[in-house]
Design a protein around this ligand. Structure first.
Ligand SMILES: *[C@@H]1O[C@H](CO)[C@@H](O)[C@H](O)[C@H]1NC(C)=O
Ligand SMILES: *[C@@H]1O[C@H](CO)[C@@H](O)[C@H](O)[C@H]1NC(C)=O
Ligand SMILES: *[C@@H]1O[C@H](CO)[C@@H](O)[C@H](O)[C@H]1NC(C)=O
Ligand SMILES: *[C@@H]1O[C@H](CO)[C@@H](O)[C@H](O)[C@H]1NC(C)=O
Ligand SMILES: *[C@@H]1O[C@H](CO)[C@@H](O)[C@H](O)[C@H]1NC(C)=O
Ligand SMILES: *[C@@H]1O[C@H](CO)[C@@H](O)[C@H](O)[C@H]1NC(C)=O
Ligand SMILES: *[C@@H]1O[C@H](CO)[C@@H](O)[C@H](O)[C@H]1NC(C)=O
Length: 260
């Protein structure tokens, strides 16, 4: 009973929120961001379902609200960016690389929206470094030298700063090192176009850029719920039908309110 009430409430909010402007973060082609790194196994098929061979070259996940979907693919899939390390800011003092370091990545994955963490920016506010975008670099990777991230171990006592301020620049994917390897381009063929989308060189035009999977399938764009004890939890959106534009059911019985 309570569950039904919650569901109807969530559905009502979903219908209301659909009348507002797009929830996704619109960002300029060049700007500032943060960069973290994450483990992506070689040949792994990530959210966009780009071919496994894409992992043989530098790839990154982009924070959810800029990626443009809460699941599977979004408009960022396949886009290429030149990322330049600026400085660290969690270390004391901040570290500035002695020589400039840049890398061109292809976005193949989604960095899920979290309540804190570096991928938590929404239109309402940035992450803890004041940035709306976080690039989560697949690293370590055979495609990137192990010493890509500069460090000063003798001074700081560690080599991994974890998070960096960076600048990003949208670049033509002809600049990506995987461009000349046909097997690293495009999406896997065994999933079907409904769940895979990885353009070789998206221009932003609708004919060569992925739509938002979650918008297209009526899945919540945020997967945050407030529980009855007032804590915020992330839940996995579940599509339960195709009649209303937002279909979202919380699988946690204590959930009382979801932002959809
Ligand atoms: C990436 O940015 C750096 C720093 O601005 C620049 O030196 C480099 O040429 C750029 N690389 C590409 C491929 O655009
Ligand atoms: C993201 O998390 C930081 C704390 O890590 C917080 O200060 C910031 O307000 C959060 N941003 C959003 C949009 O929730
Ligand atoms: C880097 O991060 C710090 C701390 O969040 C911030 O104050 C600063 O403006 C950022 N940008 C640069 C270019 O240092
Ligand atoms: C490490 O940092 C210290 C203090 O800033 C500096 O004197 C030293 O030259 C640095 N070493 C390297 C290898 O960057
Ligand atoms: C990238 O460059 C190629 C070759 O110059 C061009 O055909 C293509 O339209 C460019 N892509 C974008 C997204 O601008
Ligand atoms: C996509 O549409 C643009 C015009 O909107 C056109 O210039 C371009 O050639 C089209 N690209 C493809 C791959 O059909
Ligand atoms: C609130 O409830 C969730 C599960 O519903 C639980 O994981 C969490 O620890 C609880 N938090 C507090 C502060 O009791």
């Amino acid at each position: 009973m309570a569950f039904t009430a919650v569901y109807l409430f969530v559905l009502a909010i979903g219908l209301v929120s659909s009348t507002f402007a797009s929830p996704w973060i619109q960002y300029p082609s060049d700007g500032l961001a943060t960069m973290t790194h994450y483990d992506l196994p070689k040949d792994y098929i990530a959210a966009c379902a780009c071919t496994g061979d894409s992992t043989h070259y530098p790839t990154a996940a982009l924070s959810q609200m800029a990626f443009g979907s809460s699941t599977a693919y979004g408009p960022a899939c396949g886009r290429c960016f030149n990322l330049t390390l600026l400085n660290t800011f969690l270390s004391v003092p901040p570290f500035y690389p002695p020589t400039p370091k840049s890398i061109v990545v292809k976005v193949t994955d989604l960095c899920p929206l979290s309540t804190s963490g570096w991928c938590n920016a929404t239109q309402e506010g940035p992450n803890a470094a004041g940035n709306y975008l976080n690039f989560d670099l697949a690293f370590p990777s055979d495609a990137i030298p192990d010493d890509f991230f500069p460090s000063n171990a003798s001074y700081y006592g560690y080599t991994d700063f974890g998070v960096w301020n960076i600048s990003y620049q949208s670049v033509n994917c002809t600049q990506w090192s995987g461009w000349n390897d046909a097997s690293a381009l495009g999406s896997v063929t065994n999933l079907g176009p409904e769940s895979a989308c990885c353009p070789s060189d998206p221009s932003g035009s609708s004919n060569d850029t992925c739509p938002s999977y979650s918008d297209h399938n009526g899945i919540a764009y945020k997967n945050r719920c407030i529980t009855s004890n007032n804590s915020i939890v992330m839940v996995t959106p579940v599509v339960i039908g195709a009649f209303f534009d937002v279909h979202y059911v919380a699988v946690i019985p204590t959930v009382v309110l979801c932002f959809v």
